[in-house]
Design a binder for this molecule. Structure first.
Ligand SMILES: Cc1ncc(COP(=O)(O)O)c(C=O)c1O
Length: 295
């Protein structure tokens, strides 16, 4: 992976190679962490973080769902992220804030373990590759079902929960595919290993609802709004597996999209939005002030 110079760790900027934790960190053993994946894009107004407050709000919600008090306010983490991007002099980057139960208490009761918070930023290209973004990817319906709300919390973006995505991803890669599509516990289409999913049929977009065990994706919210603004009908309803085969187009959001005329149109508007070329969605961008020498 590419590196940056500095990482924000418990309130301080530390050198990339010094951002370390103890091997008895609670989250390492039991998965007790919550995190976000965000991106900062180069725009004509400067580097801008896409829907930054919405991501941080989801981080705080994930933490609440796992009884984890984050010892900073949302605004403090927002400012810390700006400072970190500026200190690293990055114009475009991936952003990974994480809050986790740290060192000090082992065992399954995490409530006495301290909560630590880190934010890392680094340059990271398209998750499924530029080729995948431009031409699409091959995805396989996984033999693994997406975690369900009777044993975990699909609405939370929590570290331990990602073992589910990891199993599905490994299975798809070993099978010669690039991505996995997970069904929910009932056998309906749920999402990718790290992306929400959409089917286009007869000019309509269909995507699984909040109750299907999905993560409430920030890109999903944005795409639903952009589609509505473009006059494209979006249905949030259970999606049968057969509808993947019968679809005119299938696309994923979070990272990549498979080409097709309607997907392309959305991808174009979305790309303009991310890069500050769309006045309509300007308030989704949180512009970062860089030191003058980085501009
Ligand atoms: C399991 C899962 N579903 C969906 C998404 C898409 O969410 P977002 O659009 O907020 O990146 C992600 C990405 O974080 C994810 O990990």
């Amino acid at each position: 992976m590419e590196q940056a110079d500095l990482i924000w760790h418990n309130g301080e900027l530390v050198a990339w190679e010094d951002a370390k934790v103890h091997v008895l960190t609670h989250g390492l053993h039991y998965g007790t962490g919550v995190f976000e994946g965000e991106r900062c894009y180069d725009t004509s107004q400067g580097p801008a973080i896409f829907r930054h407050r919405d991501h941080l709000q989801r981080l705080f919600q994930s933490a609440e769902l796992y009884y984890m008090p984050i010892p900073y306010t949302l605004e403090e983490l927002r400012t810390a992220t700006h400072e970190l991007i500026a200190a690293n002099e990055l114009r475009e980057c991936y952003i990974r804030p994480i809050a986790f139960r740290g060192y000090g208490q082992m065992g399954l009761n995490p409530l006495e373990a301290p909560v630590e918070v880190s934010i890392a930023v680094w340059p990271w290209g398209a998750y499924l590759g530029e080729e995948g973004k431009a031409r699409g990817v091959r995805a396989k319906v996984s033999s693994w079902r997406r975690i369900s709300s009777d044993s975990l919390i699909p609405h939370a973006k929590a570290s331990g929960q990602y073992l589910n995505s990891v199993l599905a991803k490994i299975e798809s890669i070993k099978g010669g595919y690039q991505e996995a599509i997970l069904l929910d516990a009932r056998g309906f289409v749920c999402e990718g290993s790290g992306e929400n999913i959409y089917v286009v049929r007869g000019g309509q977009i269909i995507t699984p609802p909040q109750t299907a065990g999905i993560l409430d994706g920030i890109n999903r919210r944005s795409l639903i709004q952009i589609a509505a603004d473009l006059g494209i009908p979006v249905l949030e309803r259970d999606l049968a597996r057969a509808e993947l085969t019968l679809a005119d187009e299938v696309f994923l959001s979070g990272t990549a999209a498979e080409p097709g005329p309607l997907t392309r149109r959305l991808q174009q508007v979305f790309d303009d939005t991310l890069h500050g070329r769309s006045p309509r969605y300007q308030d989704w961008l949180d512009v970062v002030k860089l030191p003058t020498k980085a501009i």
